[in-house]
Design a protein around this ligand. Structure first.
Ligand SMILES: *Cc1c(COP(=O)(O)O)cnc(C)c1O
Length: 388
């Protein structure tokens, strides 16, 4: 069949493909240790589920406004003010089908042929594809371990051209787990303002921080940068609500209106009763977020130490999210071959760095239980030893 040219330019999500392969091996009865998951392994907290169940029973089962339930948009505005120091009104906010859909809608509303979008590598693998689907050109800026895989203000400055429309910032980062410091963010904000481009700040991991790392929303630095910032976030990672599909985008009213128009002709409103779960997530005590964070923190310590004890593997200690990005260049293998052979030989699932634009690394998610982490590290150690 003759498909539209636009699909020829994008590739399917490699992380979803590898997770699926590992799940299929598990379903076949194989004892797989999976470090490929991009989602928390905890159940959604009970009070959030109860609120959605109650909404169902109360008949919140109909179409709602395309931009989201007014009560949820208000709760998000309150959250952004209190947690992030961002002054948004409900009309600055659209509720979307997850953080991924927020970014997709944004690209559709903002980007067109001739527009360049700056994306630091390693990047979340959907960013370049979303830019291409909107007709824009992703401009990839390579970073490395020397800066903790963070783009510097000098690199950003050098990458900007008259075609640059948008810069995509993700802190804490997937896949590296690195968090930009307030100083680094201020330096980036200065370049964004001086060169008059826009920034979208993907803050989906803002609650998952370690070792006293601070999350600063770039839009909160000052009014000049605020006007040039679009903030993207969601419930998936902080509240373990990946399957619920609730996220949001906050920005200028005309932009949010445009994204809402697109959403009204594509998905309409986000699942109505799921939005009531999201309201409960925001309006109740945040202990569940902290409990999950503490569990991640313990695992992070173990996986980081075990990885660095394997000769041939090096990683820096991440201070956010639930990933480690490990350098495998000393093994002599490229990332895809490394991950495939590791899965075949030792039944350990990881994600090749090439999926994120960096081929000498692999991503390991520690959103899995401690015994699996220990067992998986034993197997990884054996695998790397046998390579040499
Ligand atoms: C998981 C993730 C998202 C959004 O996920 P949703 O499930 O669509 O809310 C956005 N950005 C990054 C970097 C992520 O890892």
């Amino acid at each position: 069949m003759q498909l539209a040219a636009r699909v020829g330019q994008v590739s399917p999500s490699l992380t979803l493909a590898i997770s699926a392969k590992a799940k299929a091996m598990k379903a076949d009865g194989l004892d797989v240790c999976s470090f490929s998951a991009g989602e928390p392994d905890f159940d959604t907290p009970a009070h959030i589920k109860a609120a959605a169940k109650q909404a169902l029973d109360q008949g919140k089962t109909k179409y709602g406004p395309a931009a989201g339930e007014p009560k949820l948009r208000q709760a998000i505005a309150n959250k952004l003010r209190q947690d992030n120091g961002l002054e948004y009104q409900p009309e600055n906010i659209i509720v979307t089908n997850g953080g991924k859909h927020s970014l997709f809608g944004l690209m559709q509303a903002l980007i067109e042929p001739g527009d360049d979008v700056i994306i630091p590598a390693p990047y979340w693998l959907s960013y370049p594809e979303m830019v291409k689907l909107a007709g824009g050109t992703p401009i990839i800026v390579q970073t490395d371990a020397s800066t903790g895989y963070k783009i510097t203000s000098e690199q950003l400055q050098a990458a900007i051209t008259p075609q640059t429309k948008l810069f995509i910032l993700n802190s804490p980062s997937n896949p590296t787990g690195m968090v930009y410091t307030p100083e680094e963010l201020k330096a980036l904000a200065q370049v964004i303002v001086e060169r008059d481009i826009l920034v979208v700040s993907d803050e989906i991991y803002e609650k998952i921080l370690y070792d006293g790392a601070q999350h600063l929303s770039i839009g909160a630095i000052g009014s000049d940068i605020f006007q040039r910032t679009i903030t993207s976030n969601g419930f998936a990672k902080a509240y373990s609500m990946t399957g619920w599909r609730v996220g949001y985008l906050a920005g200028a009213v005309d932009l949010i209106k445009a994204v809402t128009t697109i959403q009204s002709h594509s998905t309409s409103n986000v699942c109505t009763f799921a939005q009531y779960g999201a309201i409960a997530a925001l309006e109740n005590p945040q202990d569940c977020v902290e409990e999950m964070r503490l569990a991640f923190a313990k695992r992070r310590q173990v996986i980081y130490e075990r990885l660095n004890n394997i000769s041939g593997i090096r990683c820096s200690q991440p201070n956010g999210a639930f990933y480690v990005f490990a350098d495998i260049s000393k093994t002599g293998l490229q990332s895809l071959e490394f991950c495939n052979r590791l899965l075949e030989a030792e039944k350990v699932a990881t994600v090749p760095g090439i999926a994120f634009g960096v081929d000498n690394c692999i991503r390991l998610s520690y959103a899995t239980d401690m015994p699996s982490i220990e067992k998986g590290m034993d197997r990884l150690e054996k695998f790397v030893r046998q390579l040499s």
